[in-house]
Design a protein around this ligand. Structure first.
Ligand SMILES: *Cc1c(COP(=O)(O)O)cnc(C)c1O
Length: 422
């Protein structure tokens, strides 16, 4: 976990600001991100790719707040986007089109046109149908669009099945065995220009060997494509680098080893290397802060009912994900410990953050932090139960700013339209 969240003077701090101070200013619940941690993660990944011509295209879907995109853009990051909305966010953050790649299995025609007009480094193509549509739209705009084809290497990423994307039964990419045929087809199209190969096998990989196996298959394909006469200058190796969600007995994969695997498998092909990390950059740089509304005694257990819910952070109910929970007040030698079920107010049994978790004895009104919530947290939030999206706050040193405001319930309600015939 990021060392930017640590106890000082008996309470949890984010960098140099106490979380209780932020909580008083913002109200709970809220997401809180450490700018220093985001910057450190980016720079350490950059360092692990030393010696390779590379571009780190941050996967915007992990956390798309424009303040964070701008922070990364200022460090030289490119962006990987999967919708026109994410593309426009990247543009607003100041990322030039030539550093943005467009991924995703279901790019719509209107999205394709808008991105082509705005400028893009490359499209990562996921199907022949998409290739045909891109070719057609590019020709109509008098453009020749750079493409890679995302191949599906049929590798088990050994991660949660809902975030595994590189097996032959997943919806992603073109089967690697059919790739040469599709590259041949693409090379005959005047609206597209083949520049490279793309692969992304899944998310939250803590074992790096599946990367090695996938990249070896990509290298074989590149050699065949070169033989077939294609120019391959760019390899997009996707994201997926895992993070540690637990304080203990959870391994964070070694960046150095990741860089080494890339060098050993594809480093001598003379290509620019793109990587698309999302979770690695922001996951441990963010937390969700909540207040305990009630304590409740069940037949055989105690519940902590907090003011955030599955609509704010869906990972525990969607993936059975584990988030470390820290009290904002630091436990000490006099603290007693209790096993709690930590749950939200939403009317679903799935609205459970943790079951039978040992925590310092807590009281209503006290604050808790769900750690490692910077990636796939706020971006997956919904307004289920007409609960407004919660604010986001960015800390750097002793400074903090709200980077997304809490909407008013009235604004949510006003969006609905009652037709005059009702
Ligand atoms: C989700 C995704 C990523 C980012 O994955 P992380 O596990 O967050 O690094 C990168 N590339 C593509 C194509 C994706 O779908």
């Amino acid at each position: 976990m990021s060392d930017q969240f640590s106890y000082k003077n008996d309470e949890l701090f984010a960098e140099d600001v106490s979380i209780s101070t932020i909580s008083k200013a913002v109200g709970t619940p809220f997401y809180l991100y450490s700018a220093t941690s985001i910057i450190d993660n980016f720079l350490s990944l950059k360092k692990s790719l030393d010696g390779l011509e590379n571009l780190i295209c941050y996967a915007v879907k992990a956390n798309s707040n424009i303040a964070i995109l701008k922070l990364l853009s200022q460090l030289g990051a490119g962006m990987d986007v999967v919708s026109i909305g994410e593309y426009l966010r990247a543009k607003v953050a100041g990322v030039p089109g030539e550093k943005i790649v467009f991924s995703g299995v279901g790019k719509r025609r209107d999205e394709i046109s808008q991105v082509l007009i705005g400028g893009i480094k490359q499209f990562n193509i996921e199907s022949e149908a998409e290739l045909n549509v891109l070719n057609e739209i590019s020709l109509s705009l008098n453009k020749r669009t750079s493409i890679t084809i995302r191949v599906n290497p049929d590798i088990d990423a050994k991660t949660h099945e809902k975030i595994s994307t590189g097996k032959k039964d997943n919806k992603f990419g073109i089967p690697i065995n059919r790739a040469r045929e599709v590259y041949l087809k693409a090379s005959q199209m005047l609206g597209v220009k083949v520049v490279g190969v793309d692969v992304h096998i899944g998310s939250q990989l803590t074992d790096l060997e599946p990367f090695r196996m996938a990249f070896i298959k990509v290298a074989e394909l590149v050699n065949n494509l070169l033989k077939d006469g294609h120019e391959i200058n760019s390899l997009d190796l996707g994201g997926g680098l895992g993070i540690s969600y637990k304080k203990t007995n959870d391994v964070q994969p070694s960046l150095q080893e990741y860089g080494q695997i890339i060098r050993e498998t594809v480093g001598s092909l003379g290509c620019e290397i793109l990587v698309e990390p999302g979770r690695f950059i922001v996951g441990n740089a963010g937390i969700l802060v909540s207040e305990i509304i009630y304590k409740k005694f069940g037949e055989d257990r105690e519940f902590l009912i907090v003011d955030s819910a599955m609509n704010d952070l869906i990972r525990p109910s969607l993936y059975a994900a584990y988030h470390e929970i820290l009290p904002i007040k630091e436990p000490n030698n006099n603290s007693s410990f209790v096993c709690y079920d930590v749950v939200g107010p939403v009317c679903e049994t799935g609205d459970t953050f943790a079951t039978q978790r040992s925590l310092m004895k807590m009281e209503s009104g006290e604050l808790l932090a769900f750690m490692s919530a910077g990636a796939y947290g706020s971006v997956m939030a919904s307004e289920y139960n007409t609960r407004p999206l919660i604010p986001e706050v960015l800390v750097k040193g002793d400074n903090f700013s709200i980077i997304r405001a809490r909407p008013l319930v009235e604004d949510i309600i006003q969006r609905d339209i009652v037709p005059d015939w009702v």
